[in-house]
Design a protein around this ligand. Structure first.
Ligand code: MG
Length: 379
């Protein structure tokens, strides 16, 4: 057995609640290492490279995509997990899988698809990530999906509406959706991925935002205390530093400070709550967090990015066109009985099959398909 020197409150792979379909253990990998490998080999994971995080794929080669975002979340998550003696492989699995259910074109895709699916049960990207690993991947002869461990699936289902939680609970009593109905917490590894996600996107969106020219460091210095602090600290040590090196050093210091803050605040919360098992973690209040000061600082940065980057007229203009692409595609497939690939045709719930098909599309595949079906060229 692999000794990972995990804390008692960590998810221990040997004590996993197991898989939906029984499988013999792998000789050289524990349950979570195996889950991580299954994600890396999945089709949905490879598609992330051509899915938008904030900037559309064709807008530049050096902006984050969903894939590089997921890798950054995994890197931050692993570092944090190691310091807190949590299971690194489980954190990596959840991080690499957390955005598998995202549509093309960034957040707008989820909103549009949810709107199109309103009469048919809606669309939630977290739920879709779980659907990808539970149902949509077709790689095994004996079952649909990747048959991941309970703990990986629990972490992947980050949020869920009450209605959908009840539907999952009906299919899987006491399963991954129970906690939303009982107001319990997920594992620390799942809580940690959530926060690592926020730390990662705040930092890389500052980077991409500044390099795209849509926001600048002066603006950030004036409006965001967290950036101001590390920008000034960097300039105090390297007077006259400018451009990308100033940007990168500021972000690096900001990232490190957030990581150390999480380790300290979470360490204190863990020492106070002293959970002796994952079940005690699930019954506790949320334990992975920033300090109150860093929570406030991070929220301010988030609000700045929302107002100045995600709502920038140039970003909004591409959102409008992306919305048209997805609406047209949905309407077309809903009206044409013969238009879906065979693996989706098997689902008698046609609107859901259409949502699954569209949600899986990469930015460029969606554009190509849209152009083929409508003759319109929007980008
Ligand atoms: Mg994310």
């Amino acid at each position: 057995m692999i000794d990972k020197r995990l804390a008692p409150y960590a998810c221990h792979p040997a004590s996993s609640r197991g898989r939906r379909h029984a499988e013999p253990p792998a000789p050289t990998r524990d349950a979570f290492q195996r889950d991580r490998d299954r994600i890396v080999h999945s089709t949905a994971f490879r598609r992330l490279v051509y899915k938008t995080q904030v900037f559309l794929n064709h807008e530049g080669d050096l902006f984050r995509t969903r894939l590089t975002h997921s890798l950054e979340v995994a890197q931050l998550g692993r570092s944090l997990a190691r310091s807190l003696r949590l299971d690194e492989d489980l954190v990596e699995t959840i991080a690499l899988a957390h955005d598998l259910g995202h549509t093309a074109f960034g957040h707008v895709g989820q909103d549009v698809l949810d709107d199109c699916m309103k009469p048919y049960g809606g669309f939630e990207h977290n739920l879709q990530s779980l659907r990808v690993v539970d149902e949509l991947e077709q790689r095994y002869p004996a079952f649909n999906g990747l048959n991941l461990s309970f703990e990986s699936r629990e972490g992947i289902l980050k949020h869920c509406s009450r209605r959908n939680a009840e539907l999952i609970e009906a299919r899987e009593p006491g399963g991954v959706a129970s906690r939303f109905l009982q107001a319990r917490q997920p594992s620390l590894e799942a809580q940690l991925c959530n926060l690592a996600d926020e730390v990662a996107y705040n930092a890389h969106d500052v980077d991409d935002g500044v390099r795209s020219g849509l926001i600048d460091l002066e603006q950030l210095e004036a409006a965001v205390p967290l950036v101001r602090r590390f920008l000034r600290e960097t300039l105090a040590e390297y007077p006259g530093l400018t451009g990308k090196r100033l940007l990168f050093e500021t972000i690096r210091r900001m990232l490190s400070a957030q990581v150390y803050d999480i380790i300290e605040a979470t360490g204190t919360a863990l020492a106070e709550a002293a959970p002796q098992s994952v079940d005690e973690v699930r019954d506790s209040k949320p334990l992975v967090s920033f300090s109150p000061e860093m929570r406030e600082a991070s929220s301010k940065l988030k609000r700045f990015l929302f107002a100045n980057l995600y709502r920038h007229p140039q970003v909004t203009a591409t959102r409008v066109r992306a919305e048209e692409v997805l609406r047209d595609l949905f309407a077309h497939y809903l009206g044409d009985e013969s238009a879906l690939p065979p693996e989706f045709e098997a689902n008698p719930d046609r609107p859901r099959a259409i949502a699954d098909y569209i949600a899986g599309m990469t930015d460029r595949y969606a554009l190509k398909e849209h152009q083929r079906l409508t003759g319109k060229r929007l980008f």
